[in-house]
Design a protein around this ligand. Structure first.
Ligand SMILES: Cc1cc2nc3c(=O)[nH]c(=O)nc-3n(C[C@H](O)[C@H](O)[C@H](O)COP(=O)(O)O)c2cc1C
Length: 214
């Protein structure tokens, strides 16, 4: 496995210092298309979002949840990009995330500049909760946001933001049913910038000393 010059951390694999839930998280493209997620498990995963922190406890997030085989799922699949239609429908559930974009004076929920940040954090909680239950997610932005807002009558002070495919990873060999480009992409090595590229001290672009201390 290739190594980064900086620390000998293997590129493509998170380090052992991470909690196993994060070490084993990855954006899976190949899902077990027979696995049905139970309502209780789906609720547990959404509870993880519910209990995420948010600015002023504004909780400016929403989730349109389609389970494979139901009408919501079919309507979500219709608005996905062609590329995402190739792999996402096999997941047990597809979720369209929403965040608040303006104040709704009728309901007195003040818009917060941190709304999209808070949604992202809630989705991060979903990824970790899902992993703890043996599941994985792949988030995606490739869908027609306007069509999603229309399909689910999202009010003007909210908007569709991202998608989440959620399911049980397929065992090896099951990817054969997917187009070749999906199989190839799902096997690409995972890459990350080194810490030095984004952990700053004293001024932007100046890496912190502790990164190089033994
Ligand atoms: C906001 C967002 C949008 C993304 N859009 C897509 C997408 O449209 N299609 C797709 O296949 N993956 C999409 N991804 C998945 C990323 O490509 C993936 O997280 C990245 O390659 C890192 O892979 P890893 O999570 O396995 O480390 C998206 C992820 C995020 C967070």
């Amino acid at each position: 496995m290739p190594e980064t010059a900086e620390h000998g951390t293997p590129a493509g694999a998170p380090p052992d210092s991470l909690t196993p839930l994060l070490r084993q998280r990855e954006s899976v493209m190949v899902y077990d298309r027979t696995y049905v997620i139970s309502p209780a498990d789906l609720r547990a995963i959404l509870e993880a979002a519910r209990w995420a922190p948010s600015a002023g406890n504004s909780q400016p997030w929403g989730f349109v949840v389609g389970r494979r085989g139901d009408e919501t799922h079919r309507r979500i699949v219709r608005v996905l990009s062609t590329a995402n239609q190739a792999w996402a429908p096999a997941a047990s559930a597809i979720i369209i995330t929403l965040h608040q974009v303006a104040t709704d004076f009728d309901h007195e929920i003040a818009y917060s500049d941190y709304a999209m940040f808070d949604l992202g954090q809630a989705v991060a909680h979903i990824t970790v909760q899902a992993r703890s239950m043996g599941l994985q997610v792949r988030q995606f932005g490739g869908f027609d946001h306007r069509a999603a807002n229309e399909a689910f009558t999202v009010p003007p002070h909210w908007t569709a933001t991202t998608g989440i495919a959620l399911g049980r990873p397929a065992s090896h060999g099951e990817e054969a049913a997917l187009p070749g480009w999906v199989q190839q992409r799902s096997r690409l090595p995972r890459e990350r910038l080194p810490l030095e590229a984004f952990v700053h001290a004293s001024r932007f672009g100046h890496p912190a000393d502790f990164l190089t201390d033994p």
